[in-house]
Design a protein around this ligand. Structure first.
Ligand code: ATP
Ligand code: MG
Length: 404
């Protein structure tokens, strides 16, 4: 950007010889490129700067201030500090003597745009320094403005995210209570009715129960998603024995699904160590992967859950012989509510893997999915060990176990 108008300069210099030196240098420049106003004290400088546009109607204020650091009412860096405190947006070039360069550099650190050594000033050097200072100040102002815009939009986005999460959490929560009432009511009504019901009544009962279960499942998933999407999701690590942890999950899943139609084989390789990780997040990862493996596999299918311990990481692998995932679906697996076309007849909401991915990210791990249609799917999660390792926690394991 070039300065098209005359540059308004405020010279703050109490030494008549130095002031006259600057005047002479300015006179050697083109007359219509500058306008000089001179004062001798800091107080006058602040006063003149503030009131210039009032005193000279139609004038902008000063483009640049040439500030001597040794004035009758202030000396050294203090002069600059006081001036900038009163006028933080002013463009200041400090004036120093030959032996004052250290203090001049400190002044630049304190917010002066540049400095001039009085005895070395030439017209070209003066003009160049002034223009450079003004330009630098413009750039800095633009930078500050963009920074502020970015910060504002970030804050707005965070506020919106927070609002969205609290809204989803609130709505989901409000769904839970009536759903609980429906569930309990169904149980009571069932107890009050005779053991054998007419065929169509039994059918209706089962449909209401299964629809209610689906709703409960959906509400729980949406609630969990709103939590994992909130930027506040943190890793709360604890020492976890992965082997026990996985065995418990397999047992819980087998019971909750009342699933006698699939087998889960659990396989461990390497030196088993306790892992320092978040059990809550790990639980969401394992249950979602195992429930996918089960529901997308044919009856009688064998699901394999593998744990492989390596020097600094542990690999958790869930392999199933199920319907598989098409290449197109694989590209969208971590998008909320996305479901494969071959999965439409199977209950699901398309949130499980989004939750898994977010949890894996928080645990600073990695997820990889390989699949072939009608052959099966393997999901591999790699997690850092992060364990406070000790010899007592280490024991050799190599076994294969089947959970019915
Ligand atoms: P839910 O939110 O109840 O888990 P979902 O199982 O449909 O529903 P995701 O677990 O996120 O949702 O899986 C997304 C989609 O990826 C599924 O709808 C399915 O098409 C496909 N998919 C995931 N895991 C498997 C798998 N092991 N075998 C075949 N398809 C799978
Ligand atoms: Mg799922």
């Amino acid at each position: 950007m070039t300065q098209s108008h005359a540059i308004n300069i405020l010279l703050v210099e109490d030494n008549p010889a130095d002031a006259s030196l600057f005047r002479r240098v300015f006179w050697r420049l083109e007359q219509d490129t500058w306008k000089l106003v001179e004062v001798q004290t800091l107080e006058d400088a602040i006063d003149t700067y503030c009131n210039y546009s009032n005193l000279v109607p139609g004038q902008r204020t000063f483009d640049v201030v040439l500030l001597d650091l040794g004035l009758p009412d202030a000396t050294g860096l203090d002069t600059l500090k006081q001036f900038r405190m009163a006028l933080p947006n002013a463009v200041v070039i400090v004036l120093t003597g030959l032996d004052d360069e250290t203090i001049a550099l400190q002044a630049v650190g304190e917010g002066a745009q540049d400095y001039l050594v009085k005895d070395q000033v030439t017209p070209q050097w003066l003009l160049r320094t002034i223009r450079f200072a003004i330009e630098r100040n413009n750039l800095l102002s633009q930078l500050k403005y963009s920074e502020e815009c970015t910060r504002n939009s970030l804050e707005r986005e965070q506020e919106l995210n927070h609002l969205k999460s609290s809204f989803v959490a609130m709505v989901s929560h409000e769904f839970r209570n009536p759903l609980g009432v429906i569930r309990n009511g169904m149980e009571i009504v069932r107890q009050l009715l005779p053991d054998t019901l007419e065929n169509n009544v039994e059918k209706w009962f089962n449909q209401i129960e299964s629809a209610t279960e689906q709703l409960v499942y959906l509400v729980n998933d949406v609630l969990l998603l709103s939590q994992v999407q909130a930027t506040s999701l943190r890793c709360n690590p604890a020492v976890v024995d992965l082997e026990d942890f996985c065995s418990e999950i397999i047992e819980t899943i087998s019971q909750s699904l009342d699933d006698r139609l699939h087998s889960i084989w659990f396989d461990i390789t390497g030196d088993s160590v306790s892992v320092f990780t978040d059990p809550n997040l790990l639980w969401h990862i394992c249950t979602n992967l195992l429930s996918n493996a089960i529901k997308y596999s044919p009856q009688g299918g064998v699901i394999q859950l593998g744990l492989t311990y390596q020097a600094d990481q542990v690999i958790l692998r869930v392999k199933d012989p199920g319907i598989g995932i098409s290449e197109e679906t694989q590209r969208h697996l971590f998008e909320s509510f996305y479901r494969g076309s071959n999965a439409k007849g199977i209950t699901g909401t398309g949130l499980g893997l989004v939750i898994v991915k977010r949890c894996v990210d928080v645990l600073q791990g990695n997820i990889e999915i390989t699949s072939a249609l009608n052959v099966g799917t393997t999901v591999t999660i790699t997690l850092p060990l992060n364990q406070p390792s000790s010899a007592s926690e280490r024991h050799q394991v190599s076994e294969t176990r089947e959970v019915p």
